[in-house]
Ligand binder design. Structure first.
Ligand code: ADP
Length: 486
């Protein structure tokens, strides 16, 4: 506890807290004992009348004009603001005045008063050590002051038998020492009770802090667990997605192999079949030419399919890289237009190259081969799937884009594509069935390769179409005009 053995004060920061607490827990008792003291002191007038009737007057002056007013004044002061600063001093003075009153009575009352009224000081000592909540040291000082005052009175105002004086003083000193012991014990227990109360408070605070800490820990742990759970769910979802992708890829591989074998077997059968037919004797020139034509076409189709397959595998393995060079898009597209014009005209279609890029933007850096491949495939498809009408294509700059973007478009009046197949046409091996296209050859790989190439060049491809009315394919390219190289 760390109490000073004599003053009983705490040796640490607890002392001011104790003093504050001691005042708060004492003030009510102090007030009650002052009021009780006032009544008590006054009520002894009855004894005065019975024992010392001739001295009632002078004793009453001491009781009612000196001691009782002092008690009342201190009582009244206990309601003032600054009282807690000097309350021990004030209480001590009030007790000393009360003690002095008794001493005065023993001096002024002859006979029995002189010898026996000193007993009243024991009552004062009881008040001093037990009731007015004086701490041990102030109470001891107060007690001894009263004893000394009585001893002085014996010295200054002789008249008491020496034996009586010695006996009275002896009892008073003994009573005071007993009071001191009682006061010491009382304060010691009060401080001990305060100390444990304080400890309890500190422990409770620690527990509360630990609780808060624990709650925080639980909160953090819960958040971590929730995050863990979310991550686990995410991983689970990714796993499921990966599994689905793997299964899809597996299905795709199977379909791919089936498609490849079909795409290869069909022209191969044509070649082998018609080659053996050619061997027949006596064939007319017309038939021979016809067979040779079919063999040639089958060979071409086989070559196209193999080329497509090679392109697909190059895209898949990622070895197909972009090789940029300065390309004159207007010129190159014009060349392709000229190249396909005869084929379109042969089919009775009007092919037109409707819009070109402004001169400043026409020359830009891109992959020439891929650009040719994209346009070729789109024009070929347009011619393939259009049976009457026209095909128009062109280049333009998209005005509404933040970054300069070029668009190639190709519009045909062909068979069109049903809405539910529009997105799928860019997938591999997708061929939209249509009565008119049953006989048309195609591997269903062209648009998927085209899409991959457009994306490699930094653009996007899209299609709008209406069945039996026609289709419009568009793709974009970023148009960073290339510096003209001389
Ligand atoms: P294919 O070699 O079969 O033409 P593509 O990948 O180039 O393969 O095209 C996929 C499918 O998209 C074609 O089979 C066809 O049904 C449809 N398609 C492509 N272009 C057009 C078009 N211009 N008009 C109508 N249908 C088209």
């Amino acid at each position: 506890m760390g109490l000073h053995p004599f003053t009983l004060s705490f040796r640490n920061e607890l002392e001011p807290k104790f003093l504050e607490d001691y005042y708060l827990t004492s003030i009510l008792l102090l007030r009650i004992s002052f009021i009780a003291g006032f009544l008590y002191y006054g009520s002894f007038t009855l004894l005065d009348y019975l024992v010392i009737p001739e001295s009632v007057r002078i004793v009453s002056v001491i009781r009612f004009l000196v001691v009782c007013p002092v008690i009342l004044i201190v009582y009244a002061l206990s309601f003032t603001r600054g009282f807690r600063k000097y309350w021990q001093l004030a209480a001590s003075l009030a007790v000393i005045v009360a003690g002095l009153g008794i001493v005065a009575m023993t001096v002024v009352v002859p006979g029995i008063g002189r010898d026996d009224y000193y007993v009243g000081m024991f009552l004062i000592l009881i008040y001093c050590y037990m009731l007015v909540r004086l701490r041990f040291i102030p109470a001891t000082i107060t007690g001894w002051t009263i004893v000394v005052l009585y001893a002085l009175s014996l010295k200054l105002y002789p008249g008491v038998e020496p034996q009586t004086a010695i006996a009275n003083l002896f009892f008073l000193i003994a009573g005071n020492i007993l009071g001191m012991l009682g006061g010491y014990a009382l304060e010691h227990y009060t401080r001990r009770e305060f100390f444990y109360r304080h400890l309890l408070l500190v422990e409770r605070q620690k527990v509360e802090e630990a609780n808060v800490h624990l709650e925080e820990k639980v909160r953090i742990k819960t958040a971590e667990l929730e995050q863990d759970l979310a991550e686990r769910k995410k991983v689970e979802k990714e796993l499921i997605r990966a599994k689905e992708r793997a299964e899809e890829s597996d299905r795709f591989k199977t379909a791919f192999l089936a498609n490849i074998s079909h795409e290869i077997r069909t022209p191969m059968n044509g070649i082998i079949g018609f080659t053996s037919l050619l061997q027949e004797k006596g064939l007319s020139d017309e038939k021979k030419n016809n067979y040779i034509n079919i063999i040639q076409k089958s060979g071409q189709r086989l070559l196209d399919t193999i080329n497509d397959l090679i392109n697909v595998s190059r895209i898949e393995t990622g070895i197909d890289t972009v090789v940029n060079e300065v390309v004159d898009l207007n010129g190159l597209t014009e060349d392709l237009y000229r190249f396909f014009l005869p084929e379109a005209e042969q089919k009775g279609l009007v092919l037109s190259f409707t819009s070109k890029l402004p001169e400043g933007l026409a020359r830009l850096k891109t992959d020439r081969e891929k650009y040719i491949s994209i346009i070729t495939n789109l024009i070929k498809n347009a011619i393939k799937y259009t049976f009457e009408g026209s095909i128009a294509f062109g280049l333009k700059v998209l005005p509404e884009r933040e970054v300069c973007t070029i668009e190639f478009f190709i519009r045909d009046t062909g068979i069109g594509i049903s809405a539910d197949k529009l997105e799928a046409v860019f997938d591999r091996f997708i061929k939209v069935s249509h009565p008119k296209t049953q006989a048309i050859e195609g591997s269903g790989l062209g648009l998927s390769i085209t899409k991959s190439y457009v994306e490699l060049l930094g653009g996007t491809i899209s299609v709008e179409s209406e069945e039996e009315k026609g289709s419009t394919f568009r793709f974009t390219l970023p148009c960073e005009p290339a510096e003209v190289e001389h």
